[in-house]
Design a binder for this molecule. Structure first.
Ligand SMILES: [Mg+2]
Length: 404
């Protein structure tokens, strides 16, 4: 039985040094060991590495002896654990199970946040495979307000009721923590189109309210807008009513409003990176084309679909041109853009804050409620309320250290 197959798990930990992995794997190569699995993680300046090898009984003693000497020379700890073949087979079979990505995001993610989220994951029978930090290194001053913190967990297992875990996680999220649960499949790794609502998403205002202020009907319109965005009244009906109140307003105010739009935190960074990695971007807005085009030009969006105000003799007529972009139309446009760009709908992302964004948030592969109204947040599968628009990058799995 000299050549009996042996499976050995090797765990190495200690201070990271240049060339450490290479010198240890050289020994494995020398004895022609077959590597079944290998993984490494670095925290601060220390390293933890695991290697699972298959070898034969006549070599295993030499491999362990040589590795032990090398480890002692390098000043790292090494441990060997024999693994039974049936245990290895059982482990391989489990690999096929569903994978999910859970992302925790906030100004700071606390130990309590991680404890609660991992508790919920454990209760649903899932196993955590790996944990990584997506944000840059944390400053020691934890009160830094510009700070962002994001931790991504890769989890595995058969989820009986995804909705239940989703609900638990959404209940834990709030003003200080956002949590996203996504299926870790091929679509998650190849998102290609991202559609944004405009008002109160890309900009921190509702343009129609700004126009109304200039027309002297500010309060009246703002109240209707608020109710429409909360989903209390019909969007189209209220839109027609509000536009009618703008009648007679000089179009020159549009340019002034556009130039002074309060841009949402993180938009510039988000757009720069999305474009760099090849995303198609669109504004699907129940607001107005003029402002959508202004943002398109300034930030480089690929598409804008919004509503066109009718103008006669340099003044708004109180009417609009064409079909109103409402919630149903936004979802339809998302679908059409996917068709046109030859993108699977599962590869699309939608971001919005209002009730009229819900149809597109539900249709997209990834729907994100952004600083959203309560009704929208309660219905959406993930939301961002703690930080700016660039938080979306973390939900897409992009890591600060890779993109800066
Ligand atoms: Mg909005």
């Amino acid at each position: 039985m000299k050549n009996k197959v042996e499976i050995i798990q090797i765990n190495i930990s200690g201070e990271d040094k240049p060339g450490l992995t290479s010198s240890l794997t050289h020994i494995l190569a020398q004895y022609d060991a077959f590597i079944l699995d290998i993984g490494q993680a670095n925290i601060h300046s220390s390293l933890t590495m695991g290697i699972l090898i298959k070898t034969t009984a006549d070599k295993s003693g030499f491999i362990m002896k040589d590795l032990l000497f090398k480890a002692s020379e390098l000043g790292v700890m090494i441990r060997f654990t024999p693994v039974a073949e049936d245990k290895y087979d059982a482990w391989v079979k489990r690999q096929g199970r569903n994978r999910y990505i859970v992302t925790l995001l906030g100004r700071k993610v606390t130990a309590q946040n991680i404890a609660s989220v991992t508790q919920a994951i454990y209760e649903e029978g899932l196993n955590i495979d790996s944990i990584r930090r997506l944000t840059g290194r944390m400053p020691l001053n934890e009160d830094d307000r510009a700070q962002k913190s994001c931790i991504e967990l890769s989890v595995r297992g058969n989820l009986e009721d995804r909705g239940l875990l989703q609900k638990k996680l959404m209940n834990m999220s709030g003003s200080r923590l956002d949590i996203s649960l996504q299926k870790d499949d091929i679509y998650r790794r190849s998102r290609r189109l991202i559609c944004f609502d405009m008002d109160s998403t890309l900009i921190e205002t509702e343009v129609i309210d700004e126009l109304a202020k200039r027309a002297g009907v500010g309060e009246k319109v703002a109240e209707i807008t608020e109710r429409a965005m909360r989903g209390e009244i019909d969007f189209c009906e209220s839109f027609t009513e509000r536009v009618a109140l703008l009648k007679g307003l000089d179009v020159s105010v549009m340019e002034d409003i556009a130039r002074n739009l309060p841009i949402t935190e993180g938009l510039e960074r988000l757009m720069t990176i999305l474009k760099r990695v090849g995303y198609k971007t669109a504004i699907l807005s129940g607001g107005f084309t003029y402002f959508g085009n202004y943002l398109k030009q300034r930030f480089g969006f690929d598409y804008v679909y919004a509503n066109e105000l009718e103008v006669e003799d340099g003044k708004l007529t109180g009417r609009y041109v064409g079909e109103v972009v409402d919630g149903r139309r936004k979802a339809e446009l998302l679908r059409l853009l996917c068709q046109f760009e030859n993108i699977d709908i599962a590869q699309s992302v939608a971001v919005g804050d209002g009730a009229n964004d819900l149809p597109m948030l539900n249709l997209a592969g990834l729907g994100i409620a952004f600083h959203a109204k309560p009704k929208v947040k309660a219905t959406a599968e993930q939301s961002i309320s703690t930080i700016g628009l660039d938080g979306i990058l973390y939900f897409l799995g992009l890591k600060d250290s890779r993109i800066e």
